[in-house]
Design a protein around this ligand. Structure first.
Ligand code: SAM
Length: 304
């Protein structure tokens, strides 16, 4: 694969599935029945290993049944790379043992404290990959953490395009990591190189902060998309990312300016960060396509 980022990079989608399975689940911007709950039990922090048995299950059972969409990145006129996005319909494809809340996913996209939306692709993940391409963000030899990864497209993009890059993927739900993030990485692992450069974690940010810090995990680049919908989680998200960001590291956060029905949004998160006066935060890009609500890319760094 030849990638030359001096040339204009274009991003396009090829839809190979039904309309209602569209690449970006826009209804998720309005999760009206979302109950913001931050006082109940939360998921334990753990590393999820991509074992050879699980790899076998992915290849023999999950991938053959899954819908896929091709995402093409045009590098120059006739050059492009493609990423693929997998759709797992947990409510139909996973049994109760694999995913206890699968049955509820027909009714809702978020169950606070139980399931935090990782099985669907939210539109800010696409914005974030687009931003990394457009701004030619350096990913070679970087330790990358994708926070709240779901499909993991930004982290996978870094692995595909970066030399010597390592991506760690984190989701609240181990079910999402095992049955979506890992298979999606395998699907995009054209030369068999990506899996050995990836690690996976699940659990609540409040517990992962300590767990990963004790492992010595530190990152040059932290990427996260559509993780600001619940204002009661802003503080733990901030603390988690701040603790694991190297002194010269950069966080790129893609989010909607306001999440209707959920209550969270960029301005609340931004004012919390500004009040703490420990990190720099600024909006580096805005997306107003007229079809969805306003979205932004924030850049966050340590203050020196
Ligand atoms: C709406 S989904 C976005 C998924 C993906 N980034 C995308 O844009 O398609 C929110 C993500 O944040 C994670 N998340 C939300 N609250 C969390 C928490 N308290 N601790 C850990 N992860 C959390 C979820 O697991 C999920 O991956």
């Amino acid at each position: 694969m030849n990638m030359n980022f001096d040339d204009k990079v274009e991003f396009s989608f090829n839809f190979e599935i039904d309309e209602d399975e569209s690449v970006v689940s826009r209804t998720l911007t309005e999760a009206e029945d979302y109950k913001d709950r931050n006082d109940g039990p939360v998921r334990e922090a753990e590393e999820n290993i991509l074992s050879s048995d699980h790899l076998q299950l992915i290849r023999s059972e999950l991938l053959p049944k899954a819908h896929t969409e091709v995402v093409s990145f045009h590098v120059k006129e006739k050059e492009h790379i493609s990423m693929t996005k997998l759709t797992i319909k947990a409510e139909e494809q996973l049994n109760n043992e694999q995913c206890s809340f699968a049955g509820d996913l027909k009714k809702t996209d978020l169950i606070s404290g139980v399931y935090e939306g990782g099985f669907k692709l939210w539109e800010c993940a696409v914005d974030l990959v687009q931003y990394l391409i457009d701004e030619k963000i350096e990913v070679d030899n970087k330790q990358v953490l994708e926070v709240g990864c779901g499909h993991g497209l930004p982290g996978i993009y870094c692995l595909i395009t970066g030399r010597g890059t390592k991506s760690h993927f984190q989701d609240y739900n181990d079910e999402v990591v095992k049955f979506l993030t890992m298979p999606n990485l395998v699907l995009n692992d054209k030369d068999g190189r990506l899996a050995s450069c990836a690690s996976f974690f699940s659990g609540d940010w409040s517990l992962l902060e300590e767990y990963q810090d004790e492992r010595g995990d530190q990152y040059d680049l932290i990427l996260t998309s559509d993780t600001l919908y619940s204002s009661s989680s802003h503080s733990k998200l901030y603390k988690y990312m701040k603790r694991l960001l190297k002194p010269d590291g950069v966080i790129y956060l893609a989010a909607k300016t306001y999440y209707f029905g959920c209550g969270g949004g960029v301005r609340q998160f931004e004012s919390m960060v500004l009040d703490k006066a420990e990190m720099n935060i600024s909006t580096v890009h805005k997306i107003a396509d007229g079809q969805s609500n306003m979205r932004e890319i924030l850049k966050i760094t340590h203050k020196h």
